[in-house]
Design a protein around this ligand. Structure first.
Ligand SMILES: Cc1cc2nc3c(=O)[nH]c(=O)nc-3n(C[C@H](O)[C@H](O)[C@H](O)COP(=O)(O)OP(=O)(O)OC[C@H]3O[C@@H](n4cnc5c(N)ncnc54)[C@H](O)[C@@H]3O)c2cc1C
Length: 404
């Protein structure tokens, strides 16, 4: 059978999350659902980190959690007051295995491993195994716009496919990349405090961009050290290597270590409108649907939350409401201004994050970035850096505010 009620084109974070949310609700029990994914999902292809409170609904696959976080900016070390938040890590492979076990409980959901070649607005998915059609196609596999660079030696497997003739990138929007190279290192002697993560370390050379390192200890002798850059283009492979080596030796003061695993990733940081989220019978979700927070690159919690709210409302009302997949305008505006400041180099990212974390309690910043803050909390966050560069950015964005 090639026709389904719902097709999930792409079975990564957003596709699998949506499958579970659909599967567990009675309303969808009689709907036939197909997940099309090219990858077997048996590799640990990424780690997801995020802050969360005890009250939040998290998947039961947390790999590590940290009670304490450090921030290093223009004025040295700051120990962040985290409660009620903790910082967590989920490994891709644990999430994929858990999701597979959950989905196996729902007989109306099938999975096939196939390469998606093309999507048609009427709800047709062309793959190397044939054409599949559905009333609704949720796409996280193909981005019509080039959100991340095409495959290269440095970046051989972009997580999503870009059609041969991508939509043109608009000049009104910022098209930054968050690109990072991580090493899981092991030291012969205990060197790490397992309860404390370094969220952002800006002591490194900024080279005109926003550059920082985070350090996430797995044990006293093992940690993920990740060199991260916000900029329009990727660095060379040699530069990531050299910067990581330099950081481990000069800031962690570790000379003897083994690199056990490497991670390289690129996340789009953009204020592109992603509108309409729906094209005919296709609904874009995940990175392809603009779920990545433009100013921070975080997406794990947002993806789960948006899709939970969306399926809950669909089951209740009988109709999918695409608006639930978008962030509120006020947060899209904040992200856009922040990105414009970075793009036009109106104020350095290092100084911006330093003002934020030295002046304001971390939980307020986290709530702001989670888009859960009150307007008063927004004002506290927005007023921490000097206003002029941000007003200038707002002025330059004025003609484009309708396009966000
Ligand atoms: C290395 C890395 C680390 C990240 N770390 C964090 C983090 O710490 N915290 C956070 O909040 N966010 C993080 N992100 C951002 C974001 O959470 C992830 O990218 C997330 O996986 C996005 O979900 P998605 O469903 O849109 O994409 P994906 O999870 O990448 O799923 C897309 C799926 O589509 C499949 N696919 C692509 N093309 C085709 C095709 N032609 N045919 C069939 N299948 C196809 C892919 O194999 C993939 O499984 C990270 C991203 C990366 C790349």
């Amino acid at each position: 059978m090639h026709h389904f009620d719902i097709i999930l084109a792409g079975g990564g974070l957003s596709g699998l999350t949506l499958a579970i949310e659909l599967g567990k609700r009675d309303f969808f029990r009689n709907k036939s659902i197909l997940i099309i994914e090219r990858d077997a999902k048996q590799q640990n292809d990424r780690t997801w980190c995020f802050w969360a409170t005890e009250a939040e609904d998290l998947p039961p696959v947390l790999f590590r959690s940290w009670d304490h976080c450090l921030f290093y900016g223009t004025k040295g070390e700051k120990r962040l007051k985290m409660p009620p938040f903790r910082y967590h890590m989920v490994r891709g492979i644990d999430f994929y295995n858990w999701a597979a076990a959950e989905i196996a409980r729902f007989p109306n959901i099938q999975r096939i491993q196939a390469e998606i070649l093309n999507l048609e607005e009427k709800g047709a998915v062309h793959t190397d195994q044939g054409v599949f059609t559905a009333e609704w196609v949720f796409n996280s596999a193909i981005t019509p716009t080039e959100l991340v660079p095409k495959a290269s030696a440095l970046y051989p497997n972009p997580a999503f496919s870009i059609p041969n003739a991508p939509q043109e990138k608009t000049k009104a929007h910022t098209w930054f990349l968050q690109h990072f190279k991580g090493w899981i290192i092991e030291t012969p002697l205990p060197r790490f405090d397992t309860n404390t993560a370094t969220l952002m370390d800006f002591r490194i050379d900024q080279k005109g961009d926003t550059r920082f390192v985070y350090v996430l200890p797995f044990s006293e002798s093992k940690a993920l050290v990740e060199y991260t850059v916000f900029s329009p283009a990727l660095c060379t492979a040699a530069e990531y290597q050299a910067e990581l080596q330099h950081y481990v030796q000069n800031f962690l003061k570790i000379d003897e270590f083994n690199v056990l695993e490497e991670e390289f990733g690129v996340i789009p940081m953009t204020d592109f409108g992603f509108s309409p989220a729906q094209q005919g019978n296709i609904i874009h979700i995940g990175t392809a649907g603009g779920f990545v927070k433009g100013s921070s690159g975080y997406a794990f919690k947002r993806t789960r939350r948006k899709l939970q709210q969306f399926t809950e409302a669909w089951a209740r009302t009988g109709t999918p409401n695409m608006r639930l997949l978008r962030s509120g305008y006020r947060f899209r505006l904040y992200d856009s201004i922040m990105l414009r400041v970075l793009r036009d180099q109106l104020y350095p990212g290092k100084s911006f994050f330093s003002k934020l974390f030295y002046k304001r309690p971390a939980p307020i910043i986290f709530r702001f970035l989670d888009e859960d803050s009150t307007f008063t909390e927004d004002l506290r966050v927005i007023s921490s850096p000097p206003p002029l560069p941000f007003l200038r950015a707002l002025w330059r964005q004025l003609p484009f505010l309708k396009t966000l």
